[in-house]
Write a protein that binds this ligand. Structure first.
Ligand code: NAD
Ligand code: UD1
Length: 337
């Protein structure tokens, strides 16, 4: 029997790409999502791309009885836990919702896993747990410090996982700290589908390119970087999900608990991303340099050496593929799913 993986948040941006990769690798997939930030259509498209079917359950993580029934009915062997709320600005306006959903939801999931005897977990964390970095590139040893409620919920779940592992060493847990996931499946059938005005750079660029927004605002042109705009470590979502498959294999060696950065190690400025997009797609992106966005660090990029060494993973795809695939998805789905 192939291993059955429960993917929480399986209809979301990264979760949908992970479901495709898991099905293609021969896993049985059970996807759970409350569809609060995603559409059911994503599930049909996952199956179409992979040429295989999965089990989809519309369940909220806070619905303990629903989760228990799912574990009874589908008996997963491992869980990849993507489900969560992720908008930084919204988290400062609705902190309790973020704590309840991200931390409370994870606590229910872990308890149901325990009671069901499932102790293999991959958790979606974020480079946001490093706050504004003091030294670059960021290794996993860098101090953890968070600067907004979203980040604090991610760090709180990491700490909950370390406490759980200390109390019951039978757990094997992979914490993956993502840098900036962008891009889409090359089929253009699944991708990032933000509600309303995008907060993040790449979806904003693709919406300008498709004519839904007039101009990009570049937040700050006077940072101490090579062109004055902020540096981030953009990573193709396909590389990112490959990291999850490698992490599942790593868990087979019973490593206990560990955290790994998933980034390319290559920082790009905002203007380099704009130029990369124009180069990869032939579409020009009009922009204005405006005020800095509060809370932005000048530069954030990973040292991905530990993931290479321990997981046998490294990112393969560059900024041109990230831009071309994001654009392909946006063009084929101008208003999302
Ligand atoms: P997403 O919003 O597209 O996917 C998350 C999914 O979880 C959504 O489909 C949503 O409906 C679902 N969900 C939320 N709360 C739920 C609940 N209580 N019960 C059931 N389903 C619930 O986001 P994404 O970009 O795919 O991110 C996935 C994970 O990766 C999140 O935990 C996020 O914090 C983390 N992460 C994302 C990024 C990024 O830039 N996209 C960066 C770092 C970390
Ligand atoms: C944001 C979140 C971070 C989260 C990450 C996930 C904030 C403050 N941080 O990080 O917690 O883990 O997403 O990918 O929201 N930019 C523009 N114009 C735009 C949008 C963005 O110039 O319209 C710039 C930003 O100033 C930044 C860069 O583009 O320098 C990337 O921004 P974004 O995609 O929002 O990601 P992060 O800020 O790295």
């Amino acid at each position: 029997m192939p291993e059955t993986v429960l993917v929480t948040g399986g209809a979301g941006y990264i979760g949908s790409h992970a479901c495709v990769a898991l099905l293609e690798a021969g896993y049985r997939v059970v996807a759970l999502d409350n569809l609060s930030n995603s559409k059911r259509e994503a599930i049909a498209r996952i199956e179409e791309i992979a040429g295989a079917s999965l089990v989809f359950e519309q369940v909220d993580l806070l619905d303990r009885a629903g989760l228990e029934a799912l574990f009874r009915n589908h008996a997963p062997n491992a869980v990849i836990h993507f489900a969560g709320l992720k908008a930084v600005g919204e988290s400062t306006e609705q902190p309790l919702r973020y704590w309840q959903n991200n931390v409370g939801g994870s606590a229910v999931l872990l308890d149901v896993m325990r009671r069901s005897g499932v102790r293999k977990l991959v958790f979606s964390s974020s480079c946001t747990v490093y706050g504004a970095p003091e030294t670059l590139p960021l290794t996993e040893e860098a101090p953890l410090q968070t600067v907004n409620p979203y980040g604090r919920t991610k760090l709180a779940v990491e700490e909950m996982l370390r406490d759980l592992h200390a109390s019951e060493p039978g757990w094997n847990i992979s914490i993956l700290r993502y840098f900036n996931p962008v891009g889409a499946h090359p089929s253009g059938m699944i991708g990032e589908d933000p509600l309303g005005i995008p907060n993040n750079l790449m979806p904003f660029i693709t919406q300008v390119a498709v004519g839904q927004r007039e101009r990009l605002s570049v937040f700050g042109g006077d940072y101490p970087t090579r062109d004055g705009t902020c540096i981030r470590d953009y990573i193709h979502v396909l590389d990112l999900v490959d990291g999850h498959l490698k992490a599942l294999q790593w868990l087979e060696g019973k490593p206990g608990i560990g955290a790994h950065n998933l980034g390319t190690g290559q920082g790009q400025t905002v203007l380099e991303v704009v130029k990369g997009f124009e180069r990869a797609t032939g579409v020009s992106i009009p922009y204005d340099i405006v005020e800095r966005r509060p809370g932005d660090a000048p530069a954030v990029f990973a040292d991905p050496a530990l993931a290479r060494r321990e997981l046998g993973w490294s990112a393969e795809l560059g900024i041109d593929a990230m831009c071309a695939d994001a654009w392909n998805w946006q063009q084929k789905n101008p208003s999302g799913y």
